[in-house]
Design a protein around this ligand. Sequence first.
Ligand SMILES: [Cu+2]
Length: 159
Amino acid sequence: MGRKVSVAALAGLAVVGVLFSGLIAGVQAADERVIYLALIEPKGGVTVDKEPYPAGALPKGGGYVKKAPDQNGRWEVSAYQFSPATVVVKQGERVTLEMVGINGAKHSVHVEKYRPDHFVVKRGEIGRLTFTADTPGIFKIHCEEHQPAMEGTLVVLPR
Ligand SMILES: [Cu+2]
């Protein structure tokens, strides 16, 4: 009789064990995060009868674009950006940065420390970078084609 009870108790323990390991797996999954970034180019424009075309040049590097007035007198200015430009994660987290190309034909992106070589994100395509944020600090997310404007920041908070 006592033997039967202990078998039942062991079976109960096994069930609890399975439930507990499921809970731990859930906690681990919560430590894995996907952060979505759009590679964009906000733009503004106006006609010269409302605002004169600014004479000064913007910094070179492809990050800023200024278009002179067209036949209707409309001029435009834009800048390439990561959206969001600042990404915050915790040390030890498994992180995926998922980037979609919205504006611009292509972006050669590197993430300081975590992806020092460039990976290319084209318009209409997705680029993913998965890493474990093992080193705390502040790191640049950099686009080669669109400097100096297209510069993001990865913040890895220490545990
Ligand atoms: Cu870019």
